[in-house]
Design a protein around this ligand. Structure first.
Ligand code: SF4
Ligand code: SF4
Length: 482
């Protein structure tokens, strides 16, 4: 369509729309979506309705036709998808140490050598962090252990689980734990403890051995880490059986060396029996910023990688191999299930201080883990307090939390406010600040916005296939119905 014809379109103000493929995709604040042909969309945009047809029924059912807006239904769906706004931070990141025995190409965490001292969280800070986290008003919380490599501070991790369980029970709250680890220091004894306490396990797997080892070498001697990671993935797969929480799950960080190898990488996940792959772009924060010229890529290259990876994941599912791509899954939870997906990075406002708090080894509190990483690079702008000195109320109502909420409110972002992906998207103040110099950033030139558009397009283009692909996606969102 020419620019002139596009300018003629006057779609009703309560919908978001974009041309996608040959059709027009429309979304609304309830999270509903539907497609119209070009002719239908022109008619709808002129008159606000269509002739009697299945498309008109869909317009009315989904809240796109003004004459039949069901406000209660729309509000209920919005409420379900955005339940987090009433809950306060549910995710609490504990940085148990900055020490690490890996030297990953893209490390954002500011990890120090395994033997370096002075960056371990002590037991007093472990207790105080958990006491602090239990002040959050929600009925439950997830405590995620991060590093560095958290297993290097096993005594603190063990104590956090035991103390956290006791304190949460006394407070009448549900507590869950998650461990993000490279697994290289795992032992049978540690594994048994983690399984016994239901700690969700997550590791990193960047693909076949040569690729993983290039991205994630061990620090001492620089050898590869693929073999030991795979050994423990297989171990947990066997011990946990179908318990998907203990799983384990794995994160894939895409470097320039991954491009063009989508099929091999996804097949490696399938070979190991993993049920989920989280295809994540490299973020130019921390050390990754310094290697961007060699290991980075454009948003267009990432979108291509994502599209191919998701297509391969769906292809495997159609052959009976269950494997979810996590970003698509999180988006689909909102698109198909109208559910709060609990993912703090795709929210309006984002989860900085409202959905997540990060506790550094020394007790400093940050709006989120990425903010803590930025501080390690020398800029503590998102530091919002300290567990030994500050109160919960003071921290969550700090200026940095308010500024992040304002900057990540999509209605205050000119481009986002009318974007077709607005009901499912979120902007990142830390990313904006790091890459564009302000919390608000500038979306027309924002690489994160560009790659998110690529991700949304890939998911919605596959959703167009009403039969086989839709069945795969339904199975991800509603596994109990299959
Ligand atoms: S960040 Fe980009 S994709 Fe997301 S709502 Fe804003 S303009 Fe749309
Ligand atoms: S600032 Fe960015 S990384 Fe931090 S919670 Fe918000 S979206 Fe996520």
């Amino acid at each position: 369509m020419t620019a002139k014809k596009n300018a003629d379109i006057k779609a009703p103000p309560h919908i978001y729309w974009a041309k996608l493929g040959g059709d027009y995709l429309m979304t609304n604040d309830a999270g509903e979506h539907m497609r119209l042909s070009a002719a239908q969309f022109r008619r709808f945009s002129r008159t606000g309705t269509l002739q009697a047809s299945p498309a008109l029924n869909e317009l009315r059912d989904k809240g796109f036709a003004r004459d039949m807006l069901d406000f209660e239904d729309q509000a209920a769906k919005w409420g379900q998808s955005n339940a987090y706004v009433r809950r306060g931070p549910g995710l609490h990141i504990m940085v148990l140490t900055l020490r690490c025995n890996h030297k990953c190409l893209y490390c954002q965490a500011g990890a120090a050598g395994a033997a370096a001292g002075g960056t371990d969280m002590d037991i007093r800070a472990v207790h105080k962090s958990l006491d602090f986290a239990l002040n959050a008003p929600g009925p439950g919380l997830t405590v995620e252990f991060q590093g560095g490599e958290p297993l290097l501070n096993w005594a603190a991790l063990r104590e956090a689980v035991v103390y956290g369980e006791r304190k949460a029970a006394a407070a009448g709250k549900e507590i869950k734990f998650a461990l993000v680890s490279n697994f290289s220091l795992m032992t049978e004894e540690k594994a048994s403890f983690l399984i016994r306490h239901g700690v969700a396990l997550c590791t990193s797997l960047d693909g076949p051995a040569d690729l993983h080892d290039r991205n994630r070498p061990l620090r001492a001697g620089g050898g590869g880490s693929h073999a030991v990671t795979v050994k423990w993935i297989k171990y947990f797969r066997k011990r946990c059986g179908k318990d998907s929480d203990c799983g384990p799950s794995a994160l894939l960080t895409v470097s320039r060396y991954s491009l063009g190898r989508e099929r091999e990488i996804i097949d490696e996940y399938a070979r190991l029996g993993l049920h989920s792959v989280f295809v994540r772009p490299l973020t130019p924060i921390g050390f990754a910023r310094t290697i961007w010229k060699t290991a980075g890529y454009t948003s267009g290259e990432f979108s291509q990688f994502y599209r191919n990876s998701l297509a391969r994941v769906v292809e495997l599912n159609k052959k009976g191999i269950f494997l979810k791509e996590k970003t698509a899954f999180l988006i689909l939870k909102k698109v198909l299930g109208f559910e709060d997906n609990k993912y703090v990075d795709l929210r309006c406002p984002c989860g900085a201080g409202l959905g997540q708090l990060a506790y550094n080894f020394n007790g400093d509190i940050y709006t989120c883990d990425e903010a803590r990483m930025l501080a390690w690079q020398g800029d503590p702008i998102f530091r919002i307090g300290n567990i030994f000195k500050d109160t919960y109320a003071g921290v969550v109502s700090s200026a940095a939390v308010k500024a992040c909420a304002a900057a990540s409110c999509l209605d205050s972002q000119p481009m986002c406010a009318r974007c077709v992906w607005r009901p499912y998207c979120g902007v990142c103040p830390v990313y904006n600040y790091q890459t564009q110099g302000s919390l608000w950033g500038y979306m027309p030139a924002n690489e994160r916005c560009k790659f998110l558009k690529g991700v949304f397009e890939a998911v919605f283009n596959l959703l167009k296939d009403k039969r086989a692909t839709n069945k795969v996606f339904q199975k991800w969102v509603y596994p109990e119905s299959f």
